[in-house]
Design a protein around this ligand. Structure first.
Ligand SMILES: CC(C)(COP(=O)(O)OP(=O)(O)OC[C@H]1O[C@@H](n2cnc3c(N)ncnc32)[C@H](O)[C@@H]1OP(=O)(O)O)[C@@H](O)C(=O)NCCC(=O)NCCS
Length: 161
C-alpha cells in the first residue's frame, strides 16, 4: 500500500472520525492564536455529530487518507467558498491540506467559480497566503458563546499565486 496521501469523496460513515479530526486539529494546532475557552467552544461544534454530518453532506466534502485512514478533510460551500479545512495534528506539515486545497480549487473551477473565498482562522492565514489568498476583511464571529476572530481571504482562480 502506498504511503502517499490520497483523496476520496466523503461518506456518511466518516462522520465520527472527521469529528475527531476536527476537535484534535483545533485543540492541538490553534493554541498560539486562540484561548483555551475559544478552542473549546470551536471544537464543540462537532459534538452534535448529527448536525456536523448534515453540514458535511450538504457541502462538497473531500477526505484525505494516509494508508486508507482519514487524516484530513475539506469542504466547498456553493461554488466559491471554502467552509472547512482540517488536518489531524499527527499528519500536519506533510502537505495534506495543500492537496485538499488544490483539489477544491479545481472543483470550484469546474463549478464555474472565478474566485474562491475562505474565512481563515488566524493560525491558517499564513497557509492560505502561501497558496495565493489575499486578506480582504477582518471578522468577529460568535461560536458557542465565544467571540473568535478570522479573516476573509480571496484568491482569483487561474491567477498565479
Ligand atoms: C491549517 C491546516 C489545515 C494546515 O494543514 P497541513 O496539512 O499541516 O498543511 P500543509 O502541510 O499542506 O502546509 C503547507 C504549507 O503551509 C505552511 N504553513 C502551514 N501553516 C502555516 C502558517 N500558520 N503560516 C505559514 N505557513 C504555514 C507549511 O509550513 C507548509 O509549507 P511547506 O510545504 O513549505 O513546508 C492545519 O494546521 C489545521 O487543521 N489547523 C487547524 C484548523 C484550522 O485552522 N483550519 C482552517 C480553518 S479556515
Amino acid at each position: 500500500m502506498s504511503d502517499a496521501p490520497a483523496l476520496r469523496p466523503f461518506l456518511p460513515t466518516d462522520v465520527p472520525v472527521l469529528a475527531a479530526i476536527f476537535a484534535a486539529a483545533i485543540e492541538e494546532l490553534t493554541g498560539d492564536d486562540y484561548s483555551e475557552e475559544q478552542q473549546q467552544a470551536w471544537a464543540a461544534v462537532a459534538e452534535d455529530e448529527g448536525a456536523f454530518g448534515k453540514k458535511l453532506a450538504s457541502e462538497l466534502t473531500l477526505i484525505a487518507t494516509l494508508r486508507n485512514a482519514p487524516v484530513g478533510f475539506a469542504s466547498l460551500k456553493g461554488k466559491d467558498h471554502i467552509d472547512m479545512l482540517y488536518v489531524h495534528p499527527g499528519a500536519a506539515g506533510q502537505g495534506v491540506a495543500s492537496m485538499l486545497l488544490d483539489a477544491l480549487e479545481k472543483l470550484a473551477g469546474g463549478r464555474g467559480a472565478d474566485k474562491l473565498t475562505v474565512d481563515a482562522s488566524d493560525n491558517a492565514e499564513g497557509f492560505f497566503r502561501k497558496h495565493g489568498y489575499v486578506a480582504k476583511q477582518r471578522n468577529s464571529v460568535t461560536v458557542n458563546g465565544e467571540w473568535l476572530a478570522n479573516t476573509t481571504m480571496q484568491k482569483t482562480l487561474g491567477a498565479k499565486p
